[in-house]
Design a protein around this ligand. Structure first.
Ligand SMILES: [Ca+2]
Ligand SMILES: [Ca+2]
Ligand SMILES: [Ca+2]
Length: 146
């Protein structure tokens, strides 16, 4: 609740508006050392939470087209998750096909077991791009209920 209020206040009052990616990174980096470890990622994230962050229009699907439009480099990974190959990724498919550990390893480009800022930014940018696209289309979902 406090975090929610803080976010609302920062959005309402800050000039210029804070970058969404900064907030997202800070949420993940719980010890604020500028690096996200697998432990931090597993503590803060689930496959379902990443999915719902990306599924900004809340229709329950992430489409191949959305990924292709923003981040061509992720299409191969997307296709690995889209188990029935219909071009839509559901949360069930995502949870079946991958784990936080595997997502972490995918973004850990230099395979040192930690996500430095630039590595984490690739994940965050993907999420933020999909979210702002949904917002631009007026399809961003309402704050999810409990
Ligand atoms: Ca950290
Ligand atoms: Ca599918
Ligand atoms: Ca790394």
């Amino acid at each position: 609740m406090m975090l929610f209020l803080a976010l609302v206040l920062s959005v309402a009052t800050a000039m210029p508006a804070p970058r969404k990616g900064e907030e997202y990174f800070d949420t993940l980096d719980t010890n604020t050392d500028g690096i996200i470890t697998l432990h931090e990622a597993e503590h803060e994230l689930t496959v379902a939470s990443i999915f719902s962050a990306m599924d900004a229009d809340c229709d329950g699907f992430i489409t191949r087209g959305q990924i292709l439009f923003y981040f061509r480099e992720f299409v191969e990974a997307f296709d690995g998750l889209d188990l029935n190959g219909d071009g839509f990724l559901t949360v069930q498919e995502a949870e079946t096909a991958t784990t936080i550990g595997r997502i972490f390893a995918f973004f850990d480009t230099n395979a040192d077991g930690q996500l430095e800022r630039w590595e984490a930014d690739r994940l965050i940018q993907l999420i933020v791009q999909l979210q702002s696209a949904a917002a631009a289309q007026g399809t961003a979902c309402a704050t999810p209920g409990p």
